[in-house]
Design a binder for this molecule. Structure first.
Ligand SMILES: *[C@@H]1O[C@H](CO)[C@@H](O)[C@H](O)[C@H]1NC(C)=O
Ligand SMILES: *[C@@H]1O[C@H](CO)[C@@H](O)[C@H](O)[C@H]1NC(C)=O
Ligand SMILES: *[C@@H]1O[C@H](CO)[C@@H](O)[C@H](O)[C@H]1NC(C)=O
Length: 299
């Protein structure tokens, strides 16, 4: 890459500061490690939910890269002020969240289902434990073939996520990261939310979505589809007064999705007949090229 790694980290860090929490600016130390730590705090918002230790019974693998219990699917016409939906927005639990590893450390450990027995020993998980099953599922999803028109990559470090993102968005684009932001830290993670307003539609000529995966350290399943997407930031109000500025992605063309995809069952539609939208949990990331003039949505 043309830009050195430290600049990258600082750039990303600044993006996070701007998007997430102005107060954290005080913590800016400027070193790679420090920035990584802070980034890690920001990225681990929903990891507790995904962490194998916290989900001893979740052995029912859906072959979808996101835990379906985290996802509410809806259509574009439901994306309107006043619409009410029950949504699961898990909170951060730093104590149990998998940590981002520096690239050198992550690259020194195999990331392959062939190596599972070795990996289980390394992390001291017994075979058939829930952690072992979660690791195996993550590895298998990471190794599965992308669907037609899709490029995918499992990033085991921030650096590898950035490299992949840059390869998709183009070397000349400045990547911008977007994520759901909780305005309040209540302990309620599942409740009805009402759409208060669509804060903006973000132009996304290209997009990379990165989803956290259950693993002993932070792993992101990143993918990008050729077909069009719309990206929105919407303001949601929970029944208990919580506010969430949530990221929504609407996939305009679902014709290549498996007919068994859970969204089709939920929405009672068939592949390719309607855009499918969903919210992003707080530590799942959306990367788009940074454009210089953002307009408000006219929805
Ligand atoms: C960052 O952390 C690594 C190991 O965790 C250490 O070897 C390295 O010296 C640290 N770098 C800085 C700039 O603190
Ligand atoms: C797994 O999920 C499928 C589809 O959602 C469901 O029919 C099945 O009962 C589940 N199995 C277990 C063990 O929960
Ligand atoms: C959301 O509202 C519906 C209808 O009012 C209710 O049946 C449902 O239990 C609520 N869900 C949650 C998670 O509060």
């Amino acid at each position: 890459m043309g830009i050195n790694f430290t600049s990258w980290i600082l750039f990303i860090y600044l993006v996070f500061i701007l998007c997430f929490d102005g107060g954290r600016a005080r913590e800016l130390a400027g070193t790679e490690n420090k920035s990584l730590e802070i980034l890690e705090d920001d990225l681990t918002e929903a990891h507790a939910m995904d962490h194998p230790n916290k989900q001893p019974h979740n052995s029912n693998h859906s072959h979808d890269h996101i835990d379906p219990s985290l996802i509410v699917f809806f259509t574009l016409k439901d994306l309107k002020v006043g619409k009410r939906m029950a949504i699961h927005f898990p909170k951060r639990d730093r104590a149990t969240s998998p940590k981002l590893w520096p690239r050198e450390e992550a690259d020194a450990v195999p990331f392959s289902s062939n190596q599972l027995p070795y990996l289980l020993k390394l992390f001291s998980f017994s075979p058939h434990s829930s952690q072992a099953i979660a690791m195996e599922n993550t590895l298998r999803e990471c190794e599965s073939k992308p669907i037609k028109g899709e490029v995918k990559f499992c990033a085991t470090s921030l650096e590898s996520m950035l490299d992949f993102t840059q390869s998709i968005l183009g070397m000349t684009s400045e990547p911008q990261v977007l994520a759901t932001l909780h305005q309040a830290k209540s302990s309620v993670t599942f409740q009805n939310y009402t759409i208060l307003e669509t804060l903006m539609e973000i132009p996304a000529p290209k997009m990379v979505a990165c989803h956290t995966m259950p693993y002993p350290y932070a792993v992101f399943y990143c993918h990008s589809q050729n077909s069009g997407n719309r990206v929105y930031r919407v303001s949601l109000a929970g029944e208990n007064g919580d506010r969430v500025d949530a990221m929504v992605v609407c996939h305009l063309d679902t014709s290549q999705w498996a007919p068994t995809h859970v969204s089709f069952q939920v929405l009672k539609i068939t592949p390719g007949t309607s855009p499918v939208c969903h919210f992003f949990p707080a530590d799942h990331l959306i990367w788009v090229p940074k454009l210089h003039a953002y307009g408000s949505s006219s929805m």
